[in-house]
Design a protein around this ligand. Structure first.
Ligand SMILES: O=C(O)CCC(=O)C(=O)O
Length: 290
């Protein structure tokens, strides 16, 4: 495929048409998200869709070095130490049409727009996290927005989509409940120690630091707030742990730093201008255009 199209390219996933009530969250689910900073499990993909996405991810993985210049980023620490660091890359949606189309799935966009309280939802970028069996790589505790301060205001949200059954046994994601209210931590290195974040917490926050294990079946998703502290341990099991992570923002998000493009290979956006264009499409609007 040749870059972002602004609309789905395939019939792989449902379209945002007709009655979308099945995708909307209940008032209790919205309240639970705002109280804890996360929500899971959410049903999303069929077993056949999971199988196909795994195969497509495998194909991207085999060609990762060749594709590297078409992706936004491949984690530099992984390139140096692949046996120690989790494989993490950004931009699979630019090289595979199923990854491209997943960002428009109403099971993704409808609940996320609802939680952000926006009538339109804008795509920010995608990520892939891949822990092979018996891989020690951790994802250090972090908050997503600490990497996104070049876009303002903070009105961002994340959906984590598991391609494998995931729990504590294979390095499943962990959330720190209510940490979305603790303020913004510094940007921490992904290739660094798991616990770097802890030294930036107050004694009260450390006392409340009780991670919750996220358990998902393949094809289910978890949603988290942009300031929620989360991370994960290595995968000692003999099963892989693969995830597609989709990041979105409110439609009024602006560029706060134009010293370089927000993402490698994308057109520069002037400081103060809306973050929009082909790489940041509106993927959901509550009312059709016109
Ligand atoms: O795969 C992981 O453990 C980390 C995922 C993550 O950082 C995210 O979903 O924002």
């Amino acid at each position: 495929m040749s870059g972002p199209a602004g609309v789905p390219l395939t019939d792989a996933f449902p379209r945002a048409e007709g009655d979308l009530a099945e995708y909307r969250l209940s008032a209790d689910e919205v309240a639970a998200f705002h109280a804890s900073g996360f929500l899971f499990p959410r049903p999303l993909l069929t077993p056949a869709q999971v199988t196909e996405l795994r195969a497509r991810l495998g194909s991207i993985g085999e060609r990762l070095i060749e594709l590297r210049d078409r992706l936004y980023e491949v984690e530099s620490a992984w390139l140096e130490r692949p046996n120690e660091v989790v494989l993490h890359f950004l931009g699979a949606w630019l090289v595979d049409d199923w990854f491209h189309d997943l960002i428009f799935h109403p099971g993704v966009t409808v609940p996320l727009a609802q939680l952000l309280g926006t009538d339109r939802l804008r795509f920010w970028h995608d990520q892939t996290f891949w822990k092979p069996a018996h891989h020690p790589g951790v994802v250090p505790w972090h908050q997503d927005y600490s990497y996104w301060t070049r876009t303002e205001p903070a009105n961002h949200i994340t959906m984590f989509i598991s391609l494998d059954d995931m729990d504590a046994s294979n390095g499943g994601l962990q959330y720190v409940p209510e940490s979305h209210r603790w303020g913004l931590l510094p940007r921490l290195s992904f290739g660094g120690a798991a616990d770097q974040a802890l030294e930036h917490l107050t004694p009260e926050q450390r006392a409340q630091f009780e991670p919750k294990q996220v358990e998902l079946h393949a094809g289910q998703a978890a949603i988290h707030h942009s300031h929620l502290i989360h991370g994960s341990l290595g995968n000692p099991s003999d099963r892989p742990r693969r995830a597609i992570v989709l990041n979105f923002m409110g439609p009024e998000t602006r560029c706060a730093d134009d010293s370089e493009p927000l993402l490698r290979g994308t057109p520069a956006i002037a400081r103060g201008a809306l973050v929009d264009g082909a790489y940041h499409p509106i993927v959901w609007r509550s009312k059709p255009r016109g």
